[in-house]
Design a protein around this ligand. Structure first.
Ligand code: V47
Ligand code: SF4
Length: 383
């Protein structure tokens, strides 16, 4: 179908088919795709562009999975491996909250980490309880589906019981990490030890059924093709139809530096074809994604995921300037202040490690949008 026909289809409120999304990926006309995505975003969220005052904590980078795209993880005993105690985690939060006291107040902590070989499930329960004891108002968004699966195996509890125990201890919502790309062959090449895509979806469904809202992500720009991206988003759309439990979709741009995936692929590098990113697209895990691919992926996500309210332009991975442009290509959320990001910066991210509230507001206003500071459920924060 031509891009104009797809535009008419979207504007008449019809759902896009996977082949429509594929045609959009294969098109070089990112301006049309972006314009329509912006229209749809404004129908759904007005001119609002959301942000939150949050910070990230990664309790440990020691991980038994060692995914090939991950520059953050280490094996136990390896140089650079670290593990924070519960006391250290709570202290870090306290120091940050105090540092910003009076002017800015964090409302959310985002906690994800490696699958530690020795820590028991009780450690994570106590961590949640201690954080809630010290900061009762803080929203705790924690643990990818990959960690939840690990906890369930560690504890011997069912998936549902694992989630309920975590919720009772203070888990308020879950981030969308660990989804990577669902296609089994590509997944097996980039993260052979990780849970399958089917299991990731099963865990998210169980979380939604337990009343825990989550996000969803897609790691792109490594070995996958456009078809894999569309297949991935289709699975998310289907699950969202069933549960409605996803709050936001976040495409994550692969950063190759210091990763096994890019080291392995070097030497086998594919020659870039002339033209933009349409039919000439070839996966290449030795380079980062292009700004054009980033914007196109955001825009198509907005059009294809018609049952997702929010599309997040994660500025840490996109860089501040592409994230700002993404607000004109269908995104309505920039994430937040994110103090101390480690995962992307280990893989060569050039963005800063934090933005202030006023920097976020400035980025949003300059994109012609209305900044709305939100809480973790997208309710506007007064102030
Ligand atoms: O699952 C790891 C990705 C994810 C690399 O839900 C990499 O609000 C790019 O999920 N290049 C964790 N990406 C981060 C994540 C996230 C981030 C921000 C907000 C939310 C949310 C979720 O980071 C991992 C993996 O997909 N990742 N290594 C890399 N080299
Ligand atoms: Fe471990 Fe997550 Fe890194 Fe994979 S992406 S190695 S599961 S920390």
């Amino acid at each position: 179908m031509s891009i104009n026909k797809i535009e008419k289809k979207v504007l008449s409120g019809k759902r896009l088919l996977p082949e429509d999304a594929l045609a959009l990926f294969q098109s070089d006309d990112i301006f049309t795709v972006g314009r329509v995505a912006n229209l749809i975003s404004e129908i759904r969220n007005g001119k609002n562009a959301y942000f939150i005052q949050n910070h990230h904590i990664n309790p440990t980078n020691i991980c038994v999975n060692r995914c090939k795209f991950c520059a953050f993880s280490r094996s136990k005993g390896e140089k650079g491996a670290y593990e924070l105690s519960i006391k250290e985690i709570v202290k870090k939060l306290g120091t940050k909250a105090q540092r910003h006291k009076g002017t800015e107040g964090f409302s959310e902590v985002h906690i994800v980490g490696g699958l530690h070989p020795d820590r028991q499930f009780d450690f994570y329960i106590e961590m949640l309880e201690q954080i809630k004891k010290r900061f009762p108002q803080m929203h705790v968004k924690a643990f990818t589906a990959v960690e939840i699966d690990y906890f369930s195996r560690l504890s011997g509890l069912s998936l549902a019981d694992t989630l309920i125990e975590l919720k009772n201890a203070g888990l308020d919502s879950m981030p969308g990490g660990g989804a990577e790309i669902f296609d089994a062959r590509v997944r097996n090449s980039i993260c052979p030890e990780k849970i399958s895509g089917t299991r990731w979806l099963q865990i998210m469904e169980a979380a939604h059924n337990a009343g825990i809202k989550t996000n969803a992500t897609m790691l792109y720009g490594h070995l996958e093709t456009y078809r894999h991206r569309v297949g991935h988003m289709l699975k998310l759309r289907e699950l969202q139809d069933r549960t409605g439990g996803f709050q936001a979709f976040i495409p994550l741009a692969f950063h190759p530096m210091n990763t096994e995936l890019s080291r392995k692929a070097k030497g086998k590098r594919q020659k870039a074809k002339p033209g933009l990113m349409g039919s000439g697209f070839k996966p290449d895990p030795t380079r980062g994604t292009s700004g054009i691919d980033d914007l196109k992926t955001i825009a198509i996500a907005r059009l294809f995921l018609d049952n997702f309210q929010h599309i997040k332009a994660y500025w840490v991975m996109l860089g501040e300037k592409i994230a700002q442009l993404a607000l004109m290509f269908g995104a309505d959320d920039l994430d937040g202040t994110i103090i101390e990001e480690k995962i992307t910066h280990s893989a060569g991210a050039l963005s800063g490690s934090a933005l202030t509230r006023s920097q976020l507001i400035n980025l949003i206003e300059k994109a012609g949008k209305v900044p709305v500071e939100r809480d973790s459920f997208y309710r506007p924060v007064k102030g």
